[in-house]
Design a protein around this ligand. Structure first.
Ligand SMILES: [Zn+2]
Ligand SMILES: [Zn+2]
Length: 404
């Protein structure tokens, strides 16, 4: 009896499970930071080169991409994306595959993302005769900053073939292995940065009347900024203002001349974001002025909010339900973290999903970016299978390109 396509995909992906683990561990031992993923990109290109020609490399410096073109010659195309970069963290696990690169660690699971997508591409290559359109596989640099998605889009990964939908995943240890989360609409926040310099007049700690105390003023600024979310944001909306850094003063008996504050703003709604940017500036400048100090206010845009298209999110949820069972698909996970997959989803409809990767029994419960981070590798074939099934199902679920 011939295998159904579901069985065929599942057994193809399961057959790659050991290779998926090996490749992930190889990347884990050799982590590289954003835009320095030379070895990683080289290995990804080498592995892809066994099945794809051409392999496009050095996109946005260290990005790699291949296109799987259907035998039918159909012109439609979708995109799958993985990120390859590691973090500036000294690994503290005792895993046999722990980082050999001091001070650098795959503490977010991007080693897993890369291996999952590479093996999904391998399994997908066997389906070339049966797919209804092209699939572009994108391995991007520097998700942890300063961001590799936008430069890869600028260098043309959404054109030739013209991509109509994009999909990506993130391993997620707070979610147990075997579960998948995909949310309709906003799923991850816009993550921006602000920097405030209070410029006062330093002097002797015993002669405060001759000074403008930047440290005291900065303390007022920090407290006042805590009222923005509670007093200015609609209680039905969501935002975070966190001051994460305050540097002022050099000695116990000297009044500080300047104070340096840095913080992050997290929002989903562009109007809430614009309002809070304006209020951050008004409140800091107003407080500084009331104490006679100068205020330099700088705002740095980071990644926009990640917004899943409702139909694409439903589609991914349905595909995930076939792989892990409907009871294991979570539809309401929302995070204040940022993700540069958001740039792809700003250009074309699509969906980003979280792949459960935690396992309490095995102690795999540490948060992402922890020096103790590790994930349950049993998640990887699940992720690869979801990608391959998306590729197979997409064309009949969306017989015409989605309009926006
Ligand atoms: Zn991360
Ligand atoms: Zn990440």
């Amino acid at each position: 009896m011939p295998l159904s396509s579901d069985d065929r995909i599942r057994s193809a992906v399961r057959g790659l499970a050991d290779s998926m683990v090996d490749f992930r561990r190889e990347l884990h031992e050799n982590p590289e930071r954003g835009f320095q993923e030379e070895r990683t990109a080289g290995r990804v290109a080498e592995e892809l080169g066994r099945l794809f020609d051409p392999v496009e490399d050095r996109i946005a410096k260290t990005g790699v991409s291949v296109v799987l073109r259907p035998e039918s010659g159909a012109q439609r195309a979708i995109l799958f994306r993985a990120d390859m970069d590691a973090l500036p963290i000294q690994e503290l696990t005792d895993a046999p595959y722990a980082s050999k690169n001091p001070g650098v660690m795959h503490a977010c699971g991007h080693d897993g993302h890369t291996s999952i997508l590479l093996h999904a591409a391998r399994a997908a290559a066997d389906e070339r005769a049966k797919i209804g359109g092209a699939v572009r596989f994108v391995f991007q640099p520097a998700e942890e900053g300063p961001g590799g998605a936008l430069p890869m889009i600028r260098e043309g990964v959404l054109r030739d073939p013209q991509v109509e939908a994009a999909f990506g995943l993130h391993l997620w240890t707070p979610l147990p292995v075997g579960k998948v989360a995909v949310t309709t609409g906003p799923m991850m926040a816009a993550a921006d940065e602000f920097h405030i310099v209070v410029r006062g007049r330093g002097g002797h700690g015993a002669l405060p009347h001759q000074t403008i105390d930047a440290l005291t003023i900065a303390a007022h600024v920090v407290v006042a900024l805590q009222t923005l979310v509670s007093r200015n944001v609609d209680p039905m909306k969501t935002a975070v203002v966190s001051v994460g850094m305050l540097h002022a003063g050099d000695n116990f008996n000297i009044i500080a001349e300047t104070a340096d504050l840095r913080g992050t703003l997290r929002t989903f709604d562009p109007q809430v974001r614009d309002m809070l940017i304006a209020r951050l500036r008004e409140v800091s400048e107003g407080i500084c002025a009331s104490f006679g100090a100068q205020c330099d206010f700088h705002f740095q845009d980071h990644y926009p909010a990640l917004v899943n298209d409702p139909e694409m999110a439903d589609f991914v949820a349905d595909v995930a339900a076939e792989v892990v069972g409907p009871e294991n698909v979570v539809r309401d996970l929302v995070l204040m973290g940022g993700e540069d997959m958001s740039y792809f989803l700003r250009e074309v409809p699509g969906a980003f999903f979280f792949l459960g990767a935690g396992n309490e029994e095995r102690g795999l419960v540490h948060p992402h970016h922890s020096p103790h981070f590790d994930f349950d590798e049993a998640a990887m074939p699940i992720g690869a299978e979801i990608f391959v099934r998306i590729m197979e199902r997409y064309w009949s679920r969306f017989p015409a390109p989605p309009s926006r």
